[in-house]
Design a protein around this ligand. Structure first.
Ligand SMILES: [Zn+2]
Length: 135
């Protein structure tokens, strides 16, 4: 693994969004993998809280998930088909002022479109509901 390249690579916010939105899935996958423990994702959460080496811990988590048999690693966890690439997904009209929910901590690239019967999800990193914004 090329640590220097990973740290400089774009996508930290997107990878953190995967953790934010899929923490329990990631924990379950880590527990069922060969390593059998959640430490890699706990290290990411600790880095967020303490201002530690976030890019480094995300790279380790990504590599562990890949080693567990998921070639997409962390990039495979996304709320949005086709990947998470900013706040203007192709094909969605934003001519109306549509509310959108974003990460309350402002640390990750997660976003969520309101759905009528679905409660607003919580950010797994800050344990608070996503924050409502307008585009
Ligand atoms: Zn978040």
């Amino acid at each position: 693994m090329a640590d220097g390249d990973e740290a400089a690579a774009p996508g930290g916010a997107e990878r953190l969004a995967a953790v934010c939105g899929h923490l329990e899935e990631i924990r379950a996958d880590l527990r069922s993998g060969p390593g059998g423990d959640e430490d890699p994702v706990e290290q990411v959460l600790a880095a967020v809280q303490d201002g530690g080496d976030l890019a480094g811990t995300l790279a380790v988590l990504h590599a562990v998930l890949q080693a567990d048999g998921d070639p997409q690693g962390l990039d495979g966890y996304t709320d949005h088909a086709g990947g998470i690439r900013g706040l203007q997904p192709a094909g969605i009209s934003t001519t109306r002022a549509e509310p959108i929910y974003v990460c309350p901590a402002g640390r990750c690239a997660r976003y969520w479109w309101p759905q009528p019967v679905v409660p607003v999800p919580k950010c797994a990193i800050s344990s608070t509901p996503l924050r409502r914004e307008r585009l």
